[in-house]
Design a protein around this ligand. Sequence first.
Ligand code: HPA
Length: 270
Amino acid sequence: MWDQVQETVNYINKINNFNPEYGVILGSGLGSFTEDIKIEFTLPYNEIPNFPVSTVQGHKGALVFGTIGTKKVVAMQGRFHYYEGYSMKEVTFPVRVLKYLGVKKLIVSNASGGVNPDYKIGEIIIIKDHINFTPEHPLRGINDERFGPRFVNMSEPYSRKMIIKAKQLAEELNIEVKDGIYLGLQGPSFETLAEYKMVKILGADCVGMSTVPEVIVARHMDLETFGVSVITDIGDEANIDSISHDEVLEAAQSAEPNVRKLIRELIINY
Ligand code: HPA
């Protein structure tokens, strides 16, 4: 995999040796973030060697390079999900590429179902920790020490310093945020009521189908990571029958302006 990553990085650097500092993975709820980027160049995933191609409805597939303020960023417009059929190595391959393009800080976003009774639909959650309930570990197999250590320390999966800064900025911008623990599982079906209850009992506040593998791989390579989740549905008796992909997209879109503002300011000010 090292050689594939280097091949992809060399391909991109030959087009433009941009050297971005920030990587941003745009999940549901942050898709239009690219409008905040002063774009230098865009590469569709299907033109990038070794990249998988995104299939899920509502997700685009391209790397977008540009600046926000004085900061150089590369955004992944569309991500890869395990439920689409990719292996966890494929799901996380782009994160490896971002690292060797120069990225030091990775910002990930997603939509999730809330199980914390304090959460409302459309709420913005700063992810402070996660629980990995996905069925395949992205680091399973022979470890390549050039990427990182065999046994990755996960004591600070989400940068405490970035969380503090983001909360400070949210307050200044008058954006309401809460923090919480994200539990990642396979999907693609939404959870049963019993499963939402399980998620809550296990100590998580929200549940989704992404992010966890990318963050593990980011931490393997010592990227500083920040995660934000938009609560798009509530997993309880009163609300479970309305959960659908359309509801998820609609709720994610409603929160998008504030998520965009928060991430933009974090990149400028951190
Ligand atoms: N469960 C899993 N993934 C999700 C949900 C959910 O309720 N909402 C958005 N993504």
